[in-house]
Design a protein around this ligand. Structure first.
Ligand code: UT7
Length: 327
């Protein structure tokens, strides 16, 4: 499997750390030094499905694959205002796709889970062209009176088109039950037989615990996938890691003994957009011409569950359509 198109979309609304300090007991210096985040984009006028469609259309456009030629649509999405139908069902029609579709919830590792599943579908001949859209609005899980979580999360969508090819070398996806460290619960309707008084519980996160689990798990994934493929950290040209916290990325980089320029980041601008963070970064880098033919990339992400995913691929450059000056 190889990636032949990328796209991304972000909300218009830019929210700075100082804006948050206007109503939360926090500061620009705390958020910047503890996380690296300076601004984030939050949904205000747009809907998440609109962002997902914009990102998907950009990915389709750059791939040269028509919506009618997509054999499967996979959305990585933790939650949106609809529980059913799925995000993939909602965007399928507007995109002009006519194929099976499904959502998966792999938390912040969902994009790598989706790539892994797409790879299996393509290898077994079940599909040739697959559209993957990671669209997330974790800002809507947070209690905006609590500084612990609301300063971290943000909204966005990233998409790729994948097809048959020899770009991907290997995947490693893992899961382990740690429900208490990171969760968001939504109240369900009562029945005559089950009158549990459930309330929606905004995102609960044991930050320090998640930090340690994330660093430990990502280092393990990266070490194992490199070793399995007979590679060392030096053999990777770029590490595209989940954009959650600069200190987490730095801990992984220091373990591997690699230079900063191999670990591109955009969390400073966009915050933690959950599973959309890697495809947004990939799209930005690819469109900026920073991903060259034959570059070896390592992707790695972690998220609530606890789930993790890592992948190694060799990049093939994508030709993006010229943007018309009328736009
Ligand atoms: O996609 C996965 C999602 N989750 C993550 O990636 C989270 C991983 N964890 C982290 O990124 C970090 O643990 C945090 C950024 C969440 C927190 O940073 P930390 O360095 O681990 O801080 P801490 O939780 O140990 O808290 C240190 C202090 C505490 O005050 P006291 O007890 O020392 O007085 C907190 O109450 O910082 C306080 N604090 C804040 N202060 C200002 C916590 N959040 C804030 C805040 N502004 N937003």
């Amino acid at each position: 499997m190889k990636i032949i198109g990328t796209g991304s979309a972000l909300p218009e609304k830019i929210v700075t750390n100082d804006m948050l300090a206007g109503f939360l007991e926090t500061s620009d210096s705390w958020i910047t030094t503890r996380t690296g985040i300076q601004t984030r984009r939050l949904l205000s006028k747009e809907t998440l499905s609109e962002l997902a469609i914009t990102a998907a259309l950009a990915a389709l456009d750059s791939s040269g694959v028509a919506p009618s030629e997509i054999d499967y649509l996979i959305c990585s999405n933790v939650a949106n205002s609809y529980v059913t139908p799925s995000m993939s069902s909602i965007i399928l029609g507007p995109l002009g796709c006519c194929c099976p579709c499904t959502d998966l919830n792999g938390a912040c590792a969902g994009f790598i889970y989706a790539l892994d599943i797409a790879d299996a579908f393509i290898k077994t001949g079940r599909a040739k062209n697959i559209l993957i859209v990671a669209a997330e609005e974790p800002s809507r899980f947070c209690n905006w009176h609590e500084r612990e979580t609301s300063v971290l999360f943000a909204d966005g969508a990233g998409a790729v088109v994948v097809t048959e090819g020899d770009g991907f070398r290997d995947f490693r996806v893992t899961a382990d039950t740690h429900t208490d460290v990171l969760y968001y619960k939504r109240a369900m309707e009562q029945t005559p037989y089950d009158r549990v008084d459930e309330r929606t519980q905004p995102l609960v996160m044991q930050g320090r615990e998640v930090f340690k689990l994330a660093v430990r798990a990502c280092i393990k994934d990266v070490d194992i996938i490199l070793q399995k493929n007979g590679l060392s950290g030096d053999d990777i040209d770029m590490y595209l890691l989940h954009q959650a916290n600069l200190r987490i990325i730095d801990s992984i980089r220091e373990h591997l003994g690699q230079q900063k320029d191999k670990f591109p980041t955009n969390l400073q601008k966009y915050g933690n957009t959950s599973s959309a963070s890697i495809p947004i970064l990939m799209d930005e880098m690819s469109r900026a011409g920073l991903l060259k033919n034959g570059m070896r990339l390592l992707l790695s992400a972690f998220g609530g569950g606890f789930v993790t995913g890592a992948a190694i691929l060799d990049w093939s450059e994508i030709k993006y359509p010229e943007v018309s000056s009328d736009n």
